[in-house]
Design a protein around this ligand. Structure first.
Ligand SMILES: Cc1ncc(COP(=O)(O)O)c(C=O)c1O
Length: 382
C-alpha cells in the first residue's frame, strides 16, 4: 500500500503505539482519584500536557484536552461568544475547515454576524479586507494556520497585528500546521489554537485547545472539575498519553521529517509536471506546507483518478475527507476561483513521515498511465 493521504489522517507512530499498549496494560486509574493509581495517571496526563505546551511555547495550564480538532474549533468559537454578550461579530475566512464553518453557521443562527475574508488564487487571505472588516463589535477573528486542501499558510502574525490594534482575540486552527512548521503561540501572538493528534502520528479522537492565560472563555462541557472546569468529563487518558507522546516525537524529529517530506514532495510535484500534460498545481508557490501536493488534471473527474489509483493500492484524496461523500465542489477550490470542472478534477496527495522514495517512484510510474488511459476513454485529445 502507498498511503499519500496524510492530511486526512496519519498512521500511528510505532513508538506511540507501544506507549499506548503499555499504558492500557498497566494504568487504569481515574486521574481524579486521590490514591496512588489515580495520582500516577494524573501525573502522566500533566506530562503529556507539558510535551504539547513545550512544542507550542505555552504554559502547561494553557492546554485543554478535547475530543478532536473539530471539538477544539467548536470550543474556541462558541466559548468566546458565550463569554461575551456585547460582541456580535465573528470574522473568519472562506477556506476554513467545516469544523469552523459549521460552528460559524451555528453562531449565525444564535445572532452572531459572520464575515468571511476572501482569498486569492493561491488561497491566501486578503489582509486589506480584514482590516476594513474589523469593528469594535468584533468578538473573535478565526483564521486557519495552514489549509488542509492546499497547504497554503496564512499570515497569522499580520492577522494578530490588525486584531491587537482593536483588542480582538484571535483563534487559529493549527490542525494541519502543528508538527509540520514551527507553531509558537508567542511568536504568532495567538490567543487560541487548535490541534489534533491523528494528524501527527497519534491516535484518533483526541485533540487540544491552547487558551492564552486571561482569555475570557466559557466552558464547553459542564460537570466535574477536569480540565480547569472548562471541559468536564473523565479524561480520555489513553488518547492524551498518545497525543503527548506524538508531540514529544515532533520536538525531536520535526527537522528530519521536514527534510524528508519536502524532498519527496519536490520529486512528486516535479515528476507530475514533467510526465503529465495539462495539469494545474493548486496552492501557494512558496507559503505552503510542502508535503501537500494538489493538482487539477484537465478533462478528468478526480474520483475516477482516485479509484484507479486505489486499484493499485495507492491512496490519495479528492479534497477534504469531510466532504468526500458530497457531490458539491469543495468550498476551498471554489474560493480560489477554480471553474467547477477544474475543481472536480483536483487530487490532493499528502506526504508523511513514513513515505519513501519508492512510493513516489511508483506513483510517478502509475499516475501518468492512469491519466492517459482515462483521457483516452473520455475521448479527450491531448
Ligand atoms: C484544518 C483542519 N481542522 C480541523 C480538522 C478536524 O480535526 P479532527 O479530525 O481531529 O476533528 C481537520 C481534519 O481534517 C483539519 O484538516
Amino acid at each position: 500500500m502507498i498511503y499519500l493521504d496524510n492530511n486526512a489522517t496519519t498512521p500511528i507512530d510505532p513508538v506511540v503505539s507501544e506507549k499506548l499498549a503499555w499504558f492500557a496494560k498497566n494504568h487504569f486509574g481515574n486521574p481524579s482519584s486521590l490514591y496512588p493509581i489515580g495520582l500516577e495517571v494524573k501525573e502522566m496526563i500533566n506530562s503529556a500536557r507539558e510535551n504539547i505546551a513545550c512544542v507550542l511555547g505555552a504554559a502547561r495550564s494553557e492546554i485543554i484536552f478535547t475530543g478532536s480538532g473539530t471539538e477544539s474549533d467548536n470550543f474556541a468559537l462558541r466559548g468566546i461568544f458565550d463569554a461575551s454578550q456585547e460582541k456580535k461579530i465573528l470574522i473568519t475566512s472562506a477556506i476554513e475547515h467545516p469544523a469552523v464553518i459549521e460552528t460559524a453557521n451555528y453562531l449565525e443562527k444564535k445572532g452572531i454576524k459572520v464575515i468571511y475574508i476572501p482569498v486569492d488564487e493561491f488561497g491566501m487571505i486578503n489582509l486589506e479586507f480584514l482590516e476594513n472588516a474589523v469593528t469594535p463589535e468584533t468578538g473573535l477573528i478565526s483564521i486557519m494556520h495552514a489549509n488542509n486542501e492546499l497547504g497554503t499558510i496564512q499570515p497569522i502574525k499580520n492577522v494578530v497585528k490588525i486584531a491587537k490594534q482593536h483588542g480582538i482575540p484571535v483563534h487559529t486552527d493549527a490542525v494541519q500546521s502543528f508538527g509540520k512548521i514551527p507553531v509558537d503561540v508567542h511568536n504568532l501572538g495567538i490567543d487560541l489554537l487548535s490541534i489534533s493528534a491523528h494528524k501527527i502520528y497519534g491516535p484518533k479522537g483526541i485533540g487540544a485547545l491552547y487558551i492564552r492565560k486571561g482569555t475570557k472563555i466559557d466552558p464547553l462541557i459542564y460537570g466535574g472539575h477536569q480540565e480547569r472546569l472548562l471541559r468536564a468529563g473523565t479524561e480520555n487518558t489513553i488518547g492524551i498519553i498518545g497525543l503527548g507522546e506524538a508531540a514529544k516525537i515532533i520536538k525531536e524529529r520535526r527537522n528530519q521529517d521536514n527534510e524528508h517530506i519536502d524532498r519527496l514532495a519536490y520529486k512528486l510535484k516535479n515528476g507530475i509536471e514533467e510526465f503529465i500534460p495539462k495539469v494545474k498545481f493548486n496552492g501557494h508557490p512558496k507559503e505552503r506546507i510542502k508535503g501537500t501536493v494538489n493538482f487539477s488534471f484537465e478533462g478528468l473527474e478526480a474520483e475516477a483518478v482516485l479509484l484507479a489509483l486505489a486499484t493499485k493500492e495507492i491512496y490519495v484524496s479528492t479534497g477534504s475527507a469531510c466532504s468526500e461523500d458530497s457531490e458539491e465542489v469543495s468550498h476551498v477550490m471554489n474560493a480560489i476561483g477554480l471553474k467547477p470542472e477544474t475543481a472536480r478534477s483536483s487530487i490532493r496527495m499528502s506526504i508523511g513521515r513514513f513515505n519513501t522514495d519508492d512510493d513516489i517512484d511508483t506513483v510517478l510510474k502509475e499516475l501518468p498511465e492512469i491519466v492517459n488511459k482515462l483521457r483516452e476513454i473520455t475521448a479527450i485529445d491531448f
